[in-house]
Design a protein around this ligand. Structure first.
Ligand code: CA
Length: 221
């Protein structure tokens, strides 16, 4: 999963970047409206964290512009404390949820997880496939109850596939959702991550659909 954090306050942006990275996400940050606008139109995100109070183009203007141009990515807005009209305008402007400043980063992480789940049509924070379980709240994978140690990229590949398990996911799509913008990408490395996941989890969980991509095997969530 890949998120964009739009926040002009450098120390807060750094803190959010660190927390989201630690929670298993590929993270891009934008310190202002223009940079955010460029990234949203050139990259692919699973969720966007948008501070409304930005220098230059403000968050609400950006959000309305994105929604008008058909960008449907879930957006969590950060509003000023006690400013109920920001929440109302933000949600009417196309935000999916809000958190008022100051906040606990745990709440922001939980709300982003919920938005990503809801977008994927999933209602539980623990995703299951037979003996395999992926707990999105702890970024933890278990097989028959035993914790499986995954690298951050392996975790992102598995989490993305499990959130989209009803369909085949192409290598290109996986590549877009597991790397941050400044990362040197190579879609061939996706094959390497898949091979490692199969070694760690067993070959049966991830099917290759020749010429199209990958799919999680089985029915139960
Ligand atoms: Ca701000």
């Amino acid at each position: 999963m890949r998120v964009l954090i739009v926040e002009d306050e450098a120390s807060l942006a750094r803190q959010l970047w660190a927390s989201f990275s630690e929670a298993g996400y590929a993270v891009d940050t934008a310190p202002g409206g223009q940079q955010a606008d460029l990234l949203v139109h050139s990259e692919t995100y699973d969720a966007i964290l948008l501070d409304l109070g930005l220098p230059g183009v403000d968050g609400l203007t950006l959000l309305r512009r994105w929604r008008r141009s058909g960008i449907a990515t879930p957006v969590l807005i950060l509003t000023a404390r006690g400013s109920w009209h920001e929440k109302v305008e933000g949600i009417d402007g196309g935000a999916d949820d809000y958190v008022a400043k100051p906040f606990r980063v745990e709440e922001v992480l939980a709300r982003i997880r919920a938005l990503i789940r809801r977008t994927a049509g999933i209602v539980q924070s623990e995703l299951r496939c037979g003996a395999l379980s992926l707990d999105t709240s702890a970024a933890r994978v278990t097989l028959d109850g035993a914790v499986v140690k995954l690298t951050s990229h392996e975790y992102r590949v598995l989490a993305y596939l499990m959130h989209h398990r009803r369909r085949v996911v192409s290598r290109t799509e996986l590549t877009e959702h597991i790397y941050a913008q400044d990362f040197d990408r190579d879609s061939n490395t996706v094959e390497v991550f898949i091979a490692r996941l199969r070694r760690k989890l067993g070959a049966e969980f991830i099917q290759t659909v020749r010429g199209l991509g990958y799919r999680i095997a089985g029915e139960d969530i």
